[in-house]
Design a binder for this molecule. Sequence first.
Ligand SMILES: Nc1ncnc2c1ncn2[C@@H]1O[C@H](COP(=O)(O)OP(=O)(O)OP(=O)(O)O)[C@@H](O)[C@H]1O
Ligand SMILES: [Mg+2]
Length: 147
Amino acid sequence: MTELPLRAGETGLLYGQEQQWAFGAALASALPAGSVLFLEGELGAGKTTLTQGLVSALGFTEPVTSPTYALMNAYPTPTGRVLHVDAYRTRHPAELYEMDLEELIAGSRLSVIEWGEAFYSDYPDAPIVRLLHKEGEPDVRQVERVR
Ligand SMILES: Nc1ncnc2c1ncn2[C@@H]1O[C@H](COP(=O)(O)OP(=O)(O)OP(=O)(O)O)[C@@H](O)[C@H]1O
Ligand SMILES: [Mg+2]
């Protein structure tokens, strides 16, 4: 287990898809089984790209898709399942808890939750990573570890 690539409150820059991918891979190797990772970021900020890097680093090499319409995706990796949840349209956390979210998280290698503000207080140890576009630099993203 290595350290997380950013400390809480720190900000960094990711130059291109490759670095976005690598950042996801670094998160994967730093987060133990059963962990939650919260992801925030506007349209096109790189959430799926980061998740692809994370999941690939754990050994699942097929394409990762946005779970926006599925609510959650599960990727089987050799080290366990990665759960990918999009809570954007979930107005109340009960909706996902009724789908046994807690048990699913506990039984997963890692759970990536996009737009999961409603769950931040239930998972106080989970890092929150925010991705932002950088004005005038289409090939760069800013990454901030909010918590
Ligand atoms: N660090 C980066 N630098 C430059 N381009 C990037 C970077 N990260 C991702 N991209 C590119 O930005 C585009 C959008 O990325 P991605 O689909 O991962 O965003 P998203 O946050 O998942 O968007 P959505 O909200 O639509 O699901 C892709 O073409 C991707 O290759
Ligand atoms: Mg996406």
